[in-house]
Design a protein around this ligand. Structure first.
Ligand SMILES: *Cc1c(COP(=O)(O)O)cnc(C)c1O
Length: 236
């Protein structure tokens, strides 16, 4: 193993231990929480090293960067589940969709409609999470919590979108307590939509928590944490 692989493996082990501890404190297990390694800050070689040490859920937030890594990783790409986590413009969708396992950032009805059409063209149902603007930051994408209950019928009509759950980000300037409150609100919204939406039973996932707040996210029920900077400490 190279020193890069060893350092990366140590970082991953440290994060996974913290995930397991946070899960245990919430009477959950580490298996309930999927670690998505966000590679947007690093070169393809480091993404490749992650796969080589067994981390196969990778996240990218920009289409061009995803395409670049897909090209660079080549055949290895078959063992990767790419999670798209950023704002996706519809004109980039066609080239992006074939590569992604899940889209966490379904942030508008127009995008969701386009994903449904794109999935039909690929003859594949695309797992999508609905992005919710839980912090109220004006610069953030996503649905307002209050507009979601009324959208259940429309979303139920999509034949090639699998509604996996909800995704949210805490406010940039907030404290851990603020983050925890925002994540709890997302979980409560998910529970409500589960009961009210015609296809609410599909909403199993809560994608919330990043390097600075993944432990409080797990305390509030996160099933996916999206971690970038903490994984690459000492390597960038
Ligand atoms: C960059 C990014 C992350 C990871 O952020 P870190 O703070 O580096 O862990 C998670 N989610 C989204 C949507 C991102 O854009």
């Amino acid at each position: 193993m190279s020193t890069v692989h060893a350092q990366l493996a140590a970082n991953v082990a440290r994060i996974r231990a913290r995930i397991a501890e946070a899960a245990a404190r919430a009477d959950r297990t580490a298996n309930d929480v999927r670690l998505i390694a966000v590679t947007k800050y690093v070169e393809p070689q480091l993404a490749q090293a992650l796969v080589e040490i067994g981390e196969c859920d990778l996240g990218e937030s920009r289409p061009q960067e995803l395409w670049r890594k897909v090209d660079a990783l080549g055949p290895l790409d078959a063992s990767i589940r790419w999670h798209f986590i950023g704002h996706l413009q519809r004109n980039k969708l066609e080239r992006t969709l074939p590569h992604v396992a899940w889209i966490h950032s379904g942030d508008s009805l127009r995008l969701l409609t386009a994903i449904d059409e794109g999935g039909r063209a690929l003859q594949r149902r695309i797992p999508v999470l609905i992005e919710v603007n839980i912090s109220g930051d004006a610069t953030k994408h996503g649905f307002q919590p209050a507009e979601l209950p009324a959208l259940g019928e429309t979303l139920a009509s999509f034949t090639h979108v699998e509604l996996r759950g909800l995704m949210g980000m805490s406010s940039l300037e907030g404290t851990q307590d603020d983050a925890r409150r925002e994540f709890a609100a997302l979980r409560e919204l998910r529970d409500r939509l589960r009961n009210e939406w015609p296809r609410g039973d599909e909403l199993r996932e809560l994608s919330m928590g990043m390097s600075d707040d993944f432990e409080v996210a797990i305390a509030e029920g996160a099933t996916c944490v999206r971690i970038g900077s903490a994984l690459f400490e000492g390597l960038r």
